[in-house]
Write a protein that binds this ligand. Structure first.
Ligand SMILES: [Zn+2]
Length: 449
């Protein structure tokens, strides 16, 4: 009993002082500030503007989808297309498939200007894209064709489930959605990703060897690391674990090798190995499935209420004429669930971050990479902003994690490779590049203002 009381007192925070008794080798907060200062005010303002614009884009995109879906319902397009399909292709599966094709085709055409602005114009405006319009448009069309066919197949299967399970479709439908996601994840590295990028085994050498040693030391049976040519599309640095079952692999972008430095590459690979070792693909799927169950259940409730009395000619949840309405509801509910979705992902990203730091022991590489990512991710959000909008820890959180790690590991005598803070004179490459481009020619006009 006394032990229990002692434990409760401890949990209440009375023994929290113990955590402060250990002195780090340097002040992690001050070291973090020194890292963030390498960006300078102009790059910070740019990065904030780009990322904060993304908040509005998410919701504008959802609002546009909902608007277009409601127009299809109200103008009778959905009802008309379903009636025409019932007369021509007859089979229920094909009616639902045709409805899926119609919905994705029309909504993609109508939202194209928005897609162009978000995916092309704005990326160029912020200096992130490397593609010409025709290169971008070619890839857009490939993505459009895949979405159209795969989306319509999924819709047709989902309607079969809906017709069989009736008002309990939301639970079976969520199961089908998860199975479909697993299939896409497993097939993507083989059939989808190569349509956009070329994947080649990483060049032999000490960097590749050190990555494979780190992988095998952590129980990952990898004998290869892939490099993909992201530089075709953008200069962003990135890496990922993709695939499932036999197709699992770790890939890193050519931009990361070019810009990240060996320490940065090792740290990012440590992070990706973390996703793999901690079985994040499975864990994310389980959590997302729970979210989908809730979203589908609410869709069922709202759909039944909105289509009472065969409004818009919809005969019931199993009538494909209601597809745009169901899609609008699902889009609306997922938009509401933005912070839940982001917290699910960020929870896993945080785990991968600390795993990567411990596996790679590269706090400087970690801080440098966090700064490179700041090109398109706001470094220092408010706590509420980070909780709501961030699917990765913020740059500040990541650099701070690296500095806490380095300060304590240095104090413990286990990390002596580097002094605190950024190497003297180090600045993110994109800041250096922009400043050298922006150096003004001395002119009378410039001198007058
Ligand atoms: Zn990650």
């Amino acid at each position: 009993m006394t032990r229990l009381i002692a434990l409760l007192v401890c949990l209440a925070g009375l023994c929290a002082g113990a955590a402060h008794a250990i002195e780090p080798a340097f002040d992690p907060a001050a070291a973090t500030e020194a890292w963030l200062a390498t960006m300078g005010p102009e790059a910070t303002a740019r990065s904030n503007a780009y990322f904060e614009g993304g908040y509005w884009i998410q919701y504008a995109g959802a609002a546009l989808t909902i608007l277009i879906s409601l127009i299809m319902m109200m103008l009778g397009w959905a009802k008309g297309v379903r009636a025409w399909l019932e007369r021509t292709v007859k089979f229920y599966f094909l009616v639902a498939f045709g409805m899926g094709l119609f919905y994705f085709f029309v909504s993609s055409v109508l939202t194209f200007p928005f897609a162009w602005w978000v995916g092309f114009a704005r990326e160029h405006e912020f200096g992130l894209a490397t593609q010409t319009f025709s290169e971008w448009f070619g890839e857009y069309l490939i993505g459009f064709a895949i979405n159209l066919v795969v989306g319509a197949i999924f819709i047709a299967l989902l309607y079969l489930v809906i017709r069989a399970a009736k008002s309990a479709w939301w639970i079976w439908g969520a199961g089908l959605t998860t199975l479909f996601m697993i299939a896409i994840i497993a097939l993507a590295p083989v059939y989808i990703s190569p349509l956009f990028n070329t994947y080649t085994p990483m060049a032999e050498g000490s960097l590749r060897d050190s990555i494979l040693h780190m992988a095998q030391a952590n129980g990952v049976p990898a004998d290869n690391v892939y490099v993909f040519d992201v530089s075709r599309q953008t200069n962003r640095v990135t890496a990922n674990v993709s695939g499932m079952f036999g197709t699992t692999r770790i890939s890193l972008s050519d931009t990361l090798i070019a810009r990240g430095g060996e320490e940065g590459v090792r740290e990012v690979m440590g992070h990706e190995i973390g996703h793999y070792v901690l079985r994040h693909m499975t864990s994310i799927l389980v959590m997302l499935t729970a979210l989908i169950v809730v979203v589908f259940a609410l869709t069922q409730l709202l759909f039944a209420r909105l289509t009472r009395g065969e409004r818009w000619g919809v005969r019931g949840i199993d009538d494909p004429a209601g597809l745009p309405l169901a899609f609008a509801l699902i889009t609306f509910l997922f938009a509401l669930a933005t912070p839940i979705n982001n917290n699910i992902i960020r929870y896993h990203e945080h785990q991968a971050d600390i795993f990567g730091l411990n596996a790679s022991r590269e706090p400087v590489g970690f801080a440098q990479t966090a700064l490179l990512l700041s090109e398109y991710r706001k470094m220092r959000p408010s706590p509420l902003e980070e909780w709501f909008f961030y699917d990765h820890p913020s740059g500040y959180a990541r650099v701070r994690m690296a500095m806490e790690w380095q300060a304590h590991e240095t104090a413990a005598g286990r990390y002596l490779a580097r002094p605190a803070g950024p190497p003297p004179g180090w600045r993110p490459d994109f800041v250096v590049m922009r400043e050298s481009q922006a150096t003004p020619e001395p002119s009378p006009a410039a001198a007058s203002d």
